[in-house]
Design a protein around this ligand. Structure first.
Ligand code: NAD
Ligand code: TDX
Length: 342
């Protein structure tokens, strides 16, 4: 595994993975293929050694470009996607183009060249779970978290497009013998996350003197994992995972949105009630929760960043210390939300 392509490597999780590989695997050269959409930023790769990381600005749906890059690679790690649920409710079309047609284009290139493929996906393909308080026994029994046997049941155009891309990968494995694995991870947090997403939006609201915005009653639960733990899991699956298998990645980090927001406010020295309730997201998934037993037992993965409060405090520091990274975009992101009463 000397030459890898990381698609979407200038986005949030992809760039964290590139930093992780540069730090921990000195023998590896990374080619980042990224279109630099609104969510991609070449600054996310700043400071990395140019002899080990090369950025190619281009579209994963450009078959000619993809074929030429894949011909030189040992593996493709596929992060590139349209990734924001709220955007998919306003305009689904780029989600279909990038997440489905783009993934198809990469799969065809890897099939033709016999190249290893790892597909990065989300727990949202499984739909949602009932809130623990609504479950008999309070949600501790089997079947009350997602496993790789949970039926697909996506809710939004975003999650449906990711579910479709996962199924394409499975078909390419079965029908063409593609050397591929899939991982479905829970909600990531950490540096370089776009300020449209929940945690950075609230931190940057507070830093800009605006009130944080909570959708609905804030009871919806997300299963938070630090992006560094996600990167370690993806590397392990890429190098040691069983071909054709799906691994779920999660760090037992379930928290409702209200709790997370109140913690952010407290860590930033504000009154924990100092936020607005805004319009809920249509079709808003109630709860995600991952059972990562397979990844732990088969590949020996364990999350390292399990102190959420500490990880959140570091993330807050990162946004405080990197204002120039987000400030220019803040007003436009908020104006777009305001159009929907959010
Ligand atoms: P992001 O939106 O921050 O980054 C996406 C990157 O892909 C950007 O750099 C963008 O420029 C690039 N891109 C978009 N369309 C492209 C195209 N057509 N060609 C080339 N590049 C393109 O997303 P993220 O949050 O870092 O998510 C990365 C991946 O991880 C996605 O596949 C997402 O589904 C998955 N995932 C995300 C989370 C999460 O919590 N954010 C959780 C589980 C899985
Ligand atoms: O301002 C907000 N207020 C709010 O209450 C925003 C932006 C979000 N929310 C809520 C909605 C969700 O319940 O916070 C929760 C998290 O929202 P997002 O950050 O938009 O994430 P989510 O919809 O859970 O999806 C994320 O995790 C799974 C990523 O964006 C996806 O790419 C990934 O697949």
């Amino acid at each position: 595994m000397k030459n890898i392509i990381v698609t979407g490597g200038a986005g949030f999780i992809g760039s964290n993975f590139v930093h992780y590989v540069v730090k921990h695997h000195p023998e590896v050269h990374v080619t980042v293929l990224d279109k630099l959409t609104y969510a991609g930023n070449r600054e996310n790769l700043a400071g990395l050694p140019t002899d080990r990381v090369k950025l190619v600005v281009g579209d994963i749906a450009d078959a000619q470009l993809v074929n030429s890059l894949v011909a030189e690679a040992d593996a493709v790690v596929h992060y590139a996607a349209e990734s924001h649920n709220d955007n998919s409710l306003q305009d689904p079309s780029p989600f279909i183009q990038t997440n489905l047609v783009g993934t198809f284009t990469l799969l065809e290139a890897c099939r033709l060249k016999g190249v290893r493929f790892h597909h990065v996906s989300t727990d949202e393909v499984y739909g949602d779970l009932p809130l623990r308080e609504d479950l008999p026994g309070h949600g501790e029994g089997p079947g009350e978290k997602f496993t790789d046997h949970t039926p697909y049941n996506p809710s939004s155009p975003y999650s449906a497009s990711k579910a479709g891309s996962d199924l394409l990968v499975r078909a390419w494995v079965r029908s063409f013998g593609l050397q591929a694995t899939i991982s479905n991870c829970s909600n990531n947090y950490g540096p370089y996350q776009h300020i449209e997403k929940f945690i950075p939006r609230q931190i940057t609201n507070i830093l800009s003197g605006e009130r944080p915005k909570l959708y609905g009653d804030g009871k919806n639960v997300r299963d938070w994992i630090h992006t560094e733990d996600h990167s370690a899991a993806v590397w392990l699956i890429l190098t040691k995972g069983t071909i054709g298998e799906t691994y779920l990645i999660g760090a037992d980090g379930e928290k409702d949105n209200k709790t997370v927001l109140e913690l952010i406010l407290r860590l930033m020295g504000k009154d924990a009630q100092d936020y607005d309730h805004v319009n809920d997201r249509p079709g808003h998934d109630l709860r995600y929760a991952i059972d990562a037993t397979k990844l732990k037992e088969e590949l020996g993965w364990q999350p390292q960043f399990t102190n959420f409060e500490e990880g959140l405090a570091d993330t807050i520091d990162w946004y405080m210390n990197n204002r120039e990274w987000w400030q220019a975009e803040k007003a436009a992101v908020e104006a777009k939300y305001a159009e929907n009463g959010q």
